[in-house]
Design a protein around this ligand. Structure first.
Ligand SMILES: Cc1ncc(COP(=O)(O)O)c(C=O)c1O
Length: 443
């Protein structure tokens, strides 16, 4: 792509684009092209990407094997709009997903291609769960994020996101580790067995195994296993929202694999196409396939170009464990660095946590978290925040990132921390937070 003489001013967007816009406010540049771990702006400056479009480009930008497959498909006039009619592209994706992902993991799931965003696959999952269980109530967790439609917002915890009239039939439970000493599974069991607890028996429970927008909160293996067993005892469906944590982000293709559980339903989107194309997939155990024909309809179900790139992604990255091993090695690099910076800056860093290349640094001060990510942006690196007060710096590079690029990014982040912490007033430090929040703050 040529570097154009473009010189678009940022005011073009503020003048004409809705104020609903968000990421562009934190990263005020005009981007033009992208390749691997880098975005390039309209003046061809390179920006190191530690956000990966919130998990929508896990394999980096424009990965070559996927691009080649897409170009070949377009050049051959491959069918694009097809509603949900059969296509060769869809057949090839289904075959690849079965043989490369499901069968080796002994997972028996039907596939539903829902409308193409994350929030729409969540909609379909909840709609189906309510139908097959003939119950309305659904359980979601504190700090969970599931999208922006009314149903998904009802499941989402954050007050800034929630609106009037969100789905009200949601019972919220504390996520793993929400409150020191609280056994949330025992509490849930008590609610289910106490006929006067006030909780209607839910059709389903939906959760992320690592909460992305909620601040990289990590559910433990035993917590997930106990939850799964509890739900089986009480005939309640388990829905894993793997929209952000899935497609390799935690090291395995699915984020729940490490716990050895088999959810009733799995929501996939974001990096499923591997190419940043809108594409979503709901997986469910065959006995839950109780839809009537057309009951969950939509024009754009199964983006045909995405079938092509998704199949190429499966074949290129998931046929063996090369990518997983790379992710786990890079995870070690990040975790070791996180331990070092935690020791260096104990008054500013409250906790570090994560799985795979989905890591977070929780600061005591949200203002400092903001300042650090702004400092990184000034150094041409894109890194985002998450958490209830945006106090968690989110480390989410491409899963294919070379180790030296990863380390270079961590060094930019470390220098930004050094600068911001050295300039920080004492009020940004742990001591003040402890006075305000004796239990160590709200997660
Ligand atoms: C876990 C999770 N679920 C659902 C969604 C919603 O996806 P979308 O923005 O494509 O609607 C997101 C988006 O960040 C997410 O992280």
């Amino acid at each position: 792509m040529t570097v154009s003489e473009n010189n678009f001013a940022l005011t073009l967007f503020s003048d004409y684009e809705s104020s609903a816009r968000s990421y562009c406010r934190n990263f005020p540049a005009v981007f033009h092209r992208a390749s691997g771990c880098y975005l390039y702006d309209q003046h061809d400056n390179a920006w190191l990407d530690f956000l990966s479009c919130a998990g929508a480009v896990n394999y980096g930008h424009n990965p070559v094997p996927l691009k080649d497959a897409l170009i070949a498909y377009l050049a051959a006039d491959g069918i694009q709009a097809a509603l949900d009619m059969h296509s060769v592209a869809k057949a090839e994706f289904i075959t690849a997903f079965n043989t490369i992902i499901l069968q080796p993991r002994k997972l028996d799931y039907k596939m539903q291609f829902t409308s193409p965003t994350g929030t729409s696959v969540v909609e379909s999952a909840i709609k189906l769960a309510r139908k097959v269980k003939n119950r309305t109530n659904v359980v979601a967790f504190t700090n969970g994020f599931h999208g922006m439609s009314n149903t998904a917002l009802g499941l989402t915890g954050n007050r800034d996101n929630r609106q009037n009239a969100v789905d009200a039939h949601v019972f919220r439970l504390p996520y793993d580790g929400y409150l020191d000493g609280l056994d949330t599974i025992a509490y849930f069991e008590k609610l289910l067995t106490d006929n006067s607890s006030g909780m209607d028996i839910p059709a389903a429970v939906i959760l992320e195994t690592v909460q992305g927008e909620g601040g990289i909160n990590v559910a433990s293996k035993t917590w997930l296993q106990r939850l799964h067993a509890l739900l089986q005892r009480h005939d309640i469906l388990l829905i894993i929202d793997d929209i952000q944590a899935g497609c390799g982000r935690t090291g395995h293709f699915f984020s729940f694999e490490f716990a050895g559980i088999q959810p009733d339903m799995v929501c996939l989107s974001k990096s499923l196409s591997g190419y940043g194309l809108p594409f979503s997939l709901l997986l469910f155990k065959p006995q839950w396939d109780q839809w009537n024909p057309g009951e969950d309809n939509g024009t754009f179900r199964g983006n045909t170009s995405a079938f092509v790139t998704a199949k190429a992604a499966l074949e290129h990255y998931w046929r063996d464990d090369t990518l997983s091993l790379h992710i786990f090695r890079q995870e070690q690099v990040v975790v070791q660095w996180l331990e070092e910076i935690k020791l260096r800056f104990p008054h500013f860093i409250k906790q570090t946590r994560g799985r795979g290349l989905f890591q977070g640094i929780e600061l005591y001060s949200p203002e400092l978290a903001k300042k650090i990510t702004q400092r990184c942006f000034a150094e041409k690196m894109i890194v985002e925040r998450a958490g209830d007060r945006d106090q968690v710096i989110k480390i989410m590079p491409s899963l294919t990132i070379p180790e030296d690029t990863l380390v270079a990014g961590l060094m930019i982040l470390e220098r930004a921390m050094e600068d911001c912490f050295s300039e920080a007033p004492a009020t940004s430090q742990a001591v003040t937070q402890d006075i305000l929040c004796p239990t160590g703050g709200v997660q």
